[in-house]
Design a protein around this ligand. Structure first.
Ligand SMILES: Cc1ncc(COP(=O)(O)O)c(C=O)c1O
Length: 351
């Protein structure tokens, strides 16, 4: 049996079974022989309602990573294009640029791995700055006043805020879209909406940016099936408000893991506060991080070993899982800290 995946930042719950049944009913009416809408226009209308913007301010793609690729490629081929990527942040940004030979520079987070506007040097006119907020893997968000200052300070720079985990933070930069034409926000249904397998993400920005980027997008990317499934998911939420409940469960588990770890960890370890569905843990050294990863494997849990990445020496990332899997992680951590310690009492699931 493969270990429980607490290394991919997925939701521990699938969508409700009743919703799956509704979807299954609707799918039989989807015509497979015709192309979908070129830019999933009717889904755009629904998602604009969901995110609280106008349809002209939103576009959809198979996951937010499709937009990450589109934006990097666009800026890479712009004659004066200049790409800046926050570091440490979502690994895929740098991996994509490296794979395609795209030049970029980095916006280094400060020594506490927090956003620091002073670390962002002077930017040329055609710059794009990409970062995640809440950041993956630190779990921390950019403070809104800091983002506003940057948007004002660099009006010619496009700031792309990847909000894959915003629902777990309870705040978003989306409200700034109407005031700043140099802001793009990326959202995904892969995290809080438990739909990583369905592949749907949104880009939200001012109308001019959206119409420019739509010209660069490949048509028919979002399948008729994905469109239909997502419409049903949103409609079901209007009936029973299932998404908020799932998010609340994750936030509660996150707090429980945080508090339990804080009580266990000696001062040489550091657990970051998180606004996402994962926690970043800095072990005292590289060897301890490796030992924790192995101990977790022995407890049938896979956690993300980030200890070889720049600025993340000794770090591991743990996705918030179901109560029993979080308990398995705490047991592994306890054994790693001291094999003679007894298992930590963890409350039983309330449902
Ligand atoms: C910060 C961040 N952005 C984007 C993604 C990819 O999301 P999607 O499934 O929408 O492509 C991830 C996936 O882990 C992520 O951590």
């Amino acid at each position: 049996m493969s270990p429980v995946a607490l290394h991919r930042n997925e939701m521990p719950h699938d969508i409700p079974m009743e919703l799956k049944r509704r979807i299954a009913d609707k799918i039989s009416n989807v015509a497979f022989n015709i192309y979908p809408e070129p830019f999933a226009q009717s889904l755009v209308v629904e998602l604009a309602l969901w995110y609280g913007c106008r349809p002209e301010q939103l576009m959809v793609a198979p996951g937010s990573s499709a937009f990450i690729r589109l934006l990097f490629t666009h800026y890479a081929i712009k004659p004066q294009g200049y790409i800046v990527i926050a570091r440490p942040s979502f690994q895929y940004y740098e991996e994509y640029c490296q794979a395609f030979g795209i030049a970029y520079s980095t916006w280094e987070l400060d020594e506490h791995l927090e956003f620091d506007e002073n670390q962002l040097g002077k930017l040329p006119e055609q710059s794009m700055v990409m970062f995640a907020s809440p950041n993956n893997p630190t779990g921390q968000s950019i403070p809104l006043p800091m983002l506003k200052r940057l948007l004002r300070r660099c009006p010619q720079t496009l700031f792309v805020v990847d909000e894959a985990y915003a629902e777990f933070a309870g705040n978003s930069t989306l409200k700034l879209i109407n005031n700043f034409s140099n802001l793009i926000v990326l959202r995904t249904l892969s995290k809080a909406l438990s739909a990583a397998g369905i592949r749907c993400g949104a880009l939200i920005a001012n109308e001019r940016t959206v119409s420019e980027l739509t010209r660069l997008q490949t048509p028919f990317q979002v399948s008729s099936l994905t469109s239909q499934i997502v419409k049903q998911m949103l409609a079901y939420d209007r009936d029973v408000s299932w998404v908020k409940q799932q998010i609340q469960k994750v936030i509660k588990e996150r707090q429980l893991i945080y508090e339990t770890c804080q009580a266990l960890l000696p001062p040489t370890w550091y657990l970051f506060q998180s606004e996402a569905n994962f926690l970043l843990l800095k072990c005292p050294d590289h060897a301890t991080a490796k030992r924790l990863v192995h101990t977790c494997n022995d407890h049938d849990i896979a956690i993300a070993d980030l200890s070889n990445l720049p600025r993340l020496a000794g770090c591991v990332r743990i996705t918030v899982g179901l109560r029993e899997h979080n308990h398995q992680f705490i047991s592994a951590l306890t054994k790693c800290l001291d094999p003679t310690l007894p298992d930590v009492a963890f409350p039983l699931p309330s449902n």
